[in-house]
Design a protein around this ligand. Structure first.
Ligand SMILES: Nc1ncnc2c1ncn2[C@@H]1O[C@H](COP(=O)(O)OP(=O)(O)OP(=O)(O)O)[C@@H](O)[C@H]1O
Ligand SMILES: [Mg+2]
Length: 342
């Protein structure tokens, strides 16, 4: 079956066509129109601006994906070779979600195909399984994104139990705020990881909040304050100091995340661990997780391809498919759900 997947929860208009068969799903075509250059001048995402950009971009992007498949885009918009539509219905910015959801409702009605209103975080959970076979369960998911830091326990593909989450800022936010202090453009996370490559991760001893508290919860607001105070205390932020600051700050975030995840793996004993969310593009996190779980027997770690770490539509198609009918809706009842919890 072919699924048209739509993701507009924040500042990316992302469209994909996925081919699902048996226990696997792969990407046939995809386009992600990023709004980062538009929002950069405001230092963050402006909801009204994001919604307008989605509205202008969504149909041309769907057509672009159809063209990638070798179809005539205008003809395909009338009667495409699509069996179902998957769209992010939440969580996210309500004005942004509305654009994707409304488009999905109209197309599902017009094309007479089923429509799935997918949870965005479940999308991030399944991002490492795009172009892969469904692995063995139980599964433990570590989601680290711009708005969430969560460890989720899954006995099977359609059940999820949050065993830990952030009490204040998400890991991505902690990266972005430190990036802002250092004068990097939004979002600061990728630039911090680039600068960190040349830095010494042990140069500054940043705190590792809640690392040994026995829970799977996180807190990054204290670290954020330490980062700002360290930057303000420097007479001059030279490239060497910035590199050391970035490497040390990144090490603190990654250390807390991996330490808690390893502990959860040892306690819950999953067969599979999946990593997902924008921060999973970070090489220190990717390599660190693999290195620190190498000794644990009987568990397979799935790290997403970099293109599926930040928001994308392929993961939404994968989540709709792997969760069977859990997110099945209809064009009449489908609605944006900005506070959609998992
Ligand atoms: N290499 C990297 N190192 C650290 N952080 C990164 C890297 N690449 C991206 N990020 C961070 O990932 C975040 C964006 O991720 P994502 O697109 O998944 O978040 P979001 O969709 O805004 O949030 P959510 O999914 O929680 O709603 C940003 O905070 C960004 O700085
Ligand atoms: Mg996201």
């Amino acid at each position: 079956m072919k699924i048209l997947a739509i993701e507009t929860s924040c500042d990316d208009t992302a469209i994909a066509v996925m081919q699902a068969r048996g226990t696997s799903i792969k990407t046939l075509a995809q386009v992600t129109a990023s709004q980062i250059p538009i929002h950069r001048r405001y230092g963050g995402v402006v909801p009204e601006v994001a919604a307008r950009a989605h509205a202008e971009t969504i149909i041309p992007t769907i057509k672009e994906v159809f063209a990638q498949l070798g179809l005539d885009p205008d003809r395909a918009m009338k009667k495409p070779p699509i069996d179902a539509i998957a769209v992010t219905s939440g969580p996210g910015l309500v004005t942004s979600l509305w654009v994707g959801v409304t488009t999905a409702k109209l197309l599902a009605r017009e094309w007479d195909v089923p429509v799935f209103g997918v949870n965005h975080m479940v999308g991030h959970i399944y991002s490492s399984l795009v172009n892969q076979k469904l692995p063995e369960f139980p599964m433990l998911a570590l989601i680290v994104s711009g708005g969430h830091t969560e460890i989720v326990w899954m006995k099977n593909p359609t059940s999820w139990k949050k065993i830990g989450s952030t009490r204040d800022d998400a890991a991505g936010e902690a990266f972005d705020k430190f990036g802002k202090v250092l004068g990097f453009s939004y979002p600061g996370g990728p630039e911090i990881s680039r600068r960190a490559e040349k830095g010494n991760a042990t140069a500054i001893q940043f705190p590792r909040p809640m690392i040994n508290d026995g829970t799977y919860d996180f807190s990054f607001s204290g670290l954020k304050t330490s980062g700002r105070m360290w930057a303000e205390a420097q007479k001059k932020l030279t490239p060497k100091l910035i590199a050391d600051g970035c490497a040390s700050y990144q090490a603190a975030i990654v250390d807390v995340i991996i330490t808690k995840t390893v502990r959860a793996i040892e306690q819950y004993k999953p067969k599979t661990v999946v990593l997902g969310g924008g921060v999973s593009a970070n090489d220190a996190l990717r390599n660190g997780l693999l290195a620190r779980t190498k000794h644990i027997k009987g568990v397979k770690i799935h790290i997403p391809e970099k293109q599926y770490t930040t928001d994308n539509a392929a993961m939404i198609g994968a989540a709709a498919y792997f969760t069977k009918n859990k997110f099945k809706s209809s064009w009449r009842s489908l609605a944006a759900n900005p506070a959609f919890e998992i």
